[in-house]
Design a protein around this ligand. Structure first.
Ligand code: ZN
Length: 467
């Protein structure tokens, strides 16, 4: 297996240049990326407020918080991130953005998947990759359960393929294609909690119908007891794209703790508990978003453009102590025809949640393509305040042009990320470039330390301090 020590390099001390991109033979199967060639507005030229004064030490290995007041009003002392953990440890979060090779038969396939480990070992798979990626997802789950989340290391005993939750951000093949193989056959995942998805509503030609049909049928069939649809309607889709079945709302966003049915009627914002107070909060889905505990709908949009399906992606915010990680599948934001600006809609509804504090690690929407990462979204996640933040993206060589130069510029111009970097699993052919782009050419790992006061990011081997 890959270890931290084997792959980490210090950006400050000089990483080797990114590995050569093996792209000569890759078919440009951008497939459903829907790249219409639009430009994003420049998000990174504003000066923003003065740096908070605690950024300078973040890259020094042992950082000092500068005596600032923290969220809870507690002034903390010097921060020593300690040594980088070799893997998940009880009381901390681990996030793996998986490397999903495109394969060669019948054509290279795009795909994205991540695995989140809670402080108590709760295991959440966020998207499962394309139809050829079940092996990689299964291997990651098995590695976690058999090597890391063991009783000897302080976790409860787990079955090798046990998963607590699966989140399917939307119904495109590169996110749900492996679901059928992962939930059937000789080696199915054992899902103990539920499968969270945007709901079987507002479907149309923008979804990959065969994949949607399999997911829909499975979650109405053998996994019906695990089906957690965030948005609903009446009637709902018959697992086909022939009828739109509009959503009437998203009652799944206000079920409180999704692991407990007894608080469902209270109308509180939905979350998955991750142990030690850590949570995965569900902020939006289906073109809807929470504002506090109230669900609001974005202006209506269609079901035919691929980016209209992207715009219905599930949005989630992971919190542990002061640490925050934001993900939103392929959420679109350009606002051009067929590319609804749901990024701005969600960011504005969640202003109090994201707010001035921003996010430590943001998963770049839509494989860092320029249909997403608009100025409002970027500003909400990464306000220019001198703090170090990082952006990660799940990319393989089938996502030709990812990360787009426009996306890199949106996140990196104007020193927006402080000492942080833009870290990708793989830089695709003809992608953008930046000195701050780190091509890990493999799994990207985020590991919190000291109950979320800081974190290590693989591929950029310095401890980043929240505040
Ligand atoms: Zn995608």
């Amino acid at each position: 297996m890959r270890t931290f020590a084997a792959i980490c390099c210090s950006v400050l001390l000089g990483c080797p240049t990114s590995p050569a991109i093996d792209d000569a033979g890759a078919a440009p199967d951008a497939g459903q990326l829907g790249d219409a060639g639009l430009s994003l507005t420049d998000a990174g030229t504003d000066g923003g407020p003065d740096p908070a004064g605690d950024a300078g030490a973040e890259d020094a290995g042992v950082a000092w918080d500068g005596g600032l007041t923290f969220d809870a009003g507690v002034v903390k002392g010097p921060f020593d991130a300690g040594s980088q953990p070799g893997g998940p440890v009880p009381g901390e979060l681990t996030y793996w953005q998986l490397e999903l090779p495109p394969g060669v038969i019948p054509f290279p396939r795009s795909g994205e998947a991540a695995v989140l480990v809670g402080a108590d070992g709760t295991l959440v798979v966020i998207d499962v990759g394309n139809s050829n990626h079940d092996d990689e997802v299964r291997a990651a789950v098995r590695e976690l359960n058999t090597q890391w989340l063991t009783a000897a290391r302080g976790y409860r005993a787990r079955a090798p393929l046990e998963v607590d939750w699966v989140i399917l951000t939307h119904f495109h093949a590169d996110h749900v294609g492996a679901f059928e193989r992962l939930t059937s056959g000789a080696e199915p995942l054992t899902i103990t909690g539920g499968v969270v998805h945007r709901g079987f509503v507002d479907v149309g030609p923008a979804v990959n119908e065969a994949d949607f049909q399999q997911v829909c049928a499975r979650l109405r069939g053998s996994l019906a007891a695990k089906n957690v649809a965030l948005c609903t309607g009446a009637p709902e889709s018959a697992c086909t794209v022939s009828t739109r079945a509009p959503a009437s709302g998203c009652p799944g966003l206000t079920l409180g703790d999704l692991s407990r049915p007894d608080d469902d009627a209270l109308g509180l914002a939905s979350f998955i508990p991750l142990g030690a107070g850590a949570r995965l909060e569900l902020l939006g889905a289906g073109g809807f978003a929470l504002e506090g505990d109230v669900v609001a709908a974005a202006p209506s949009f269609g079901v035919t453009d691929v980016n209209e399906e992207n715009a219905r992606s599930v949005v989630g915010l992971v919190r542990h102590g002061a640490f925050r990680l934001l993900f939103a599948g392929d959420l679109s934001g350009s606002g051009a025809a067929g590319e609804p600006d749901v990024e701005s809609f969600v960011a504005r509804r969640q202003a109090a949640s994201l707010g001035a504090l921003g996010v430590d690690v943001t998963h770049a929407n839509h494989h860092a393509r320029k249909t997403s990462s608009n100025a409002t979204w970027v500003q909400a996640a990464a306000p220019v305040d001198g703090r170090g933040r990082n952006v990660i993206a799940g990319i393989n060589t089938a996502y030709v042009n990812s990360p787009h130069q426009e996306t890199l510029d949106a996140w990196l111009s104007g020193g927006r990320l402080g000492g942080g970097r833009f870290v990708v699993t793989k830089r695709a052919p003809a992608a953008g470039t930046s000195p701050l782009l780190v091509d890990v050419n493999g799994r990207v790992t985020v590991q919190t330390v000291q109950q979320g006061d800081g974190y290590w990011l693989e591929g950029a081997a310095w401890p980043s301090v929240r505040r």
